[in-house]
Design a protein around this ligand. Structure first.
Ligand SMILES: Nc1ncnc2c1ncn2[C@@H]1O[C@H](COP(=O)(O)OP(=O)(O)O)[C@@H](O)[C@H]1O
Ligand SMILES: CC(C)(COP(=O)(O)O)[C@@H](O)C(=O)NCCC(=O)O
Ligand SMILES: [Mn+2]
Length: 745
């Protein structure tokens, strides 16, 4: 765990204590002391397992999943409804623990028929030299050769009276009694599979019986025996499902290989993690270990240079890092049972658990956005990438965008040799992530499009690209600020109603400046910023594909017997630099200010594509303020013009009351917005807000399209991707959405 990312470099000292659990804590304590001078504190194995599993289930959003017929499905565990559960740890032997709370547990049962039995018997019977070899054999096995099935007893017919199908195993290894065969006559593949099923079913059944004993529905399975192996999980799940008639669920943990180690770590006092909440933790996936295509190569990587040179070495070796990895399509047998192992493949699937290593960052200032109508049911992502064709499409979009992004990133750092080297390494690292996800879609937990887009930004930051679109953003800001005075004059000559429409059109039109969209980037070669902006505004024909403008207008300006509604405070979640903020959102903010509504511009904390950051806004506002009194006075009132104020001596403060224009950072560095984890400044600013405006495709479409708020909400975006336009709004690329969702009161 990394609290602020500052690695301690102090040498190991005499007082260093490492918390360790398991048999190794006893076996190697002296060696550690002798060779490294560190003391080992031995922690109870069960305590650590439970502490580790409780921590994971509380701290990581997509930790638990079911695994049935080759399909992983993440399960959202309600933290207030976690206990009691049964934890089954399958190592050499098996422990079954009833967990009732933090530090509250009891080992209620176990079995000596466990992982050691599979490995031990398997070794004797197949002459396998390694555990992985034995598992790999099982992938190609057929247990009918050796197990006695119900069908074998009843002449191939189902014994339906007691609800057993012909393929149900009546007796593991039972066929060996009657057949006149020696060990050599059986295929090692079949032996391994029969053994695996025998042991997994048995563990599943005993776990079920124990859960039944205590009236518990959830059973979590962990331990080194599972190691992310799909077929092992399937057999255990099948057993639990079969015996409980679907009433209980076998659940697995993404980080199951680390339960004990995590628990030992948690046993240090004073972590201050007692009040830990899931929104305080952010999981990131750096190139911590040089892995590619599902395999770890070499030791973990420490610093940037190590990462870069590893990437370079990797390429020299000629490994096809950029080659698309074929998708693994879900297998079905059509048999509706487990007669043929569904998750089997040509070779053993990559060791999922070993690679699902993210770094958990503690960000204690993050909080849940207080204006969400129902935080519990809130899901930021609109597109669920569990659909494999969807995942493949978006991975391809990201992959194809990569060369252009690397160009921009390298240029943003002056195009130096060092920048080129980093750019190259970034491209390879990000491609490795994409390849990894193509191979194992659930490798990083449940992913939405927002997570993929954020992963890209984080990968850029990992290779120290601070702001890839820096110069593009500056150029667009300047060009837009030049035409702002004319736009404001034009707006001021309109009636209030016409102006409101023009303002919303302006926001939608300016959202065309999006360097993350392939179609838009192609468009920019065809004209200047201002030409494209004019063209885009001209094309703003209503009705838009989603068009609630009239409802918004009625709410703002009133209609019939409905009075105009003046909002107290509006939060404007802004998107891109240039025309988007300068000619779109800022004039809209000005209109709200004019009506007496306080405005908070909410922008990214860190750069992402060409999005404007909170730190960049004050300069833009200061420029705009030179041409507009409303903005100037509001910005002064909001404390935005502290430096600039001293320069403006010619305009004495007017007496009329003035509402403030403010800026807060949102706590993220992504083109999308996950409202479960926002900055505390935003949380505070939201307290008085009664209008939320979300702008852009990332914040209003990829994420939050379906989000419901406690206050009036307006979502504005231009859809700059054909497939998404068809899928979400049954429209076409460049269609717009203006969705207004007023509060019911
Ligand atoms: N590469 C491996 N080598 C040996 N055993 C493995 C390997 N991968 C998984 N296993 C399984 O893990 C079991 C040991 O698990 P572990 O958690 O170390 O148990 P314990 O601490 O109870 O000895 C083995 O019996 C075997 O079934
Ligand atoms: C990253 C984005 C969401 C940014 O859009 P914005 O929020 O700036 O409107 C968008 O550019 C995007 O989804 N791009 C990928 C799709 C494409 O290239 O078609
Ligand atoms: Mn954007």
């Amino acid at each position: 765990m990394d609290s602020q990312g500052s690695p301690s470099e102090s040498p190991p000292n005499e007082n260093a204590i490492i918390k360790v659990t398991g048999g190794g804590a006893y076996k190697f304590a002296d060696l550690f002391k002798e060779r490294l001078g560190v003391n080992i504190d031995k922690e109870g194995e069960m305590d650590c397992l439970v502490a580790g599993s409780n921590f994971l289930l509380k701290a990581i959003r997509h930790e638990a999943f079911t695994h049935m017929e080759g399909q992983k499905e993440f399960v959202q565990i309600d933290h207030n409804d976690l206990y009691p559960y049964i934890l089954v740890n399958i190592g050499s032997g098996v422990s079954m623990i009833k967990v009732d709370g933090d530090g509250k547990f009891e080992r209620v049962s176990g079995t000596n028929v466990g992982g050691g039995t599979y490995w031990g018997l398997g070794k004797l019977l197949t002459k396998c030299r390694s555990f992985d070899e034995l598992l790999e054999l099982s992938q190609r096995g057929d247990n009918r050769a050796i197990d006695m099935l119900v069908g074998d007893i009843y002449g191939g017919l189902d014994y339906s009276k007691i609800g057993l199908s012909a393929s149900t195993i009546a007796s593991s290894f039972g066929k060996a009694i009657t057949e006149n065969k020696e060990l050599e006559d059986y295929r090692p593949e079949d032996i391994s599979l029969s053994l695996l099923r025998m042991i997994s079913y048995n563990i599943g059944q005993i776990s079920y019986l124990n859960a039944l004993r205590f009236g518990i529905k959830r059973i979590f399975f962990g331990g080194f025996f599972i190691r992310g192996h799909a077929y092992t999980m399937d057999t255990i799940s099948f057993a639990v499902h079969f015996w409980s008639k679907g009433d209980m669920q076998a659940l697995f943990l993404r980080h199951e290989g680390f339960l004990g180690a995590l628990g030992a770590f948690m046993s240090y006092e004073k972590h201050g993690l007692d009040g830990l909440m899931v929104h305080h933790l952010v999981e990131r996936f750096p190139m911590g270990a040089p892995y590619v295509g599902g395999k770890i190569h070499g030791p973990p990587l420490g610093n940037l240079n190590e990462k870069i040179s590893w990437m370079e070495k990797f390429v020299q070796k000629g490994t096809e890092i950029l080659a698309p990895v074929p998708m693994i399509l879900p297998a079905t047998t059509g048999l509706g049972g487990f007669e043929v192992p569904l998750s089997k493949g040509e070779s053993l699937r990559s060791d999922a658990s070993a690679l699902n290593i993210g770094v958990l960052h503690l960000e204690p200032t993050l909080e849940v956005f207080p204006l969400l109508a129902d935080p519990k049911s809130y899901e930021p992502n609109t597109i669920d990438l569990s659909d494999l064709s969807e995942l493949e499409y978006w991975l391809t979009v990201l992959s194809e965008h990569l060369p252009d992004l690397v160009d921009k990133a390298v240029a943003s750092e002056g195009g130096t040799d060092d920048a080129k080297r980093r750019g190259d390494a970034f491209a390879r690292a990000f491609s490795a992530h994409l390849a990894r996800l193509m191979e194992e879609p659930a490798a990083y937990g449940k992913l939405g499009l927002a997570n993929l887009l954020e992963l890209r930004e984080e990968c850029l930051r990992e290779f120290q690209f601070v702001d890839a679109y820096r110069s593009i953003k500056q150029r667009e800001n300047e060009a837009s600020l030049d035409v702002l005075p004319d736009l404001l004059l034009e707006l001021d000559s309109m009636s209030e109603e016409a102006r409101l429409l023009t303002l919303i059109e302006g926001v939608l039109a300016a959202n065309i400046f999006d360097w993350g969209s392939r179609a838009c980037v192609d468009l920019y070669h065809k004209g200047t910023i201002i030409e494209i902006y004019r063209m885009s505004r001209k094309k703003m024909q209503r009705p838009w594909r989603v068009d609630d403008f009239d409802r918004f207008k009625d709410r703002m300006l009133g209609s019939g017997d409905k009075k105009p509604h003046k909002h107290k405070r509006a939060l404007l979640f802004v998107d891109n630099s240039g025309a988007d903020i300068v000619l779109g959102m800022l004039p809209l903010a000005r209109e709200l200010l004019r009506r007496g509504t306080e405005v908070v511009l909410v922008a990214n904390s860190l750069p992402a594509l060409n999005d404007v950051t909170a730190a960049e806004i004050p300069d833009i506002v200061a420029e705009a303020a030179k041409h507009c009194d409303i903005i100037r006075r509001a910005a002064e009132a909001g404390g935005l013009l502290v430096d600039a104020m001293s320069n403006i001596q010619d305009s004495p403060k007017e007496n009329s009351p003035c509402v403030p224009l403010m800026v807060v950072e949102n706590g993220c560095g992504s083109p999308c917005l996950d409202l479960r984890q926002v900055s505390s400044e935003l949380g505070a600013a939201a307290k008085d807000a009664d209008l939320v405006i979300l702008e852009g495709m990332g914040r209003a479409l990829h994420t939050n399209f379906n989000a419901k708020f406690k206050v009036d909400a307006l979502k504005l975006a231009m859809v700059k991707n054909q497939r998404l336009a068809e899928k979400l709004i049954k429209g076409n690329i460049y269609d717009c959405l203006c969705r207004f969702e007023p509060t019911l009161n």
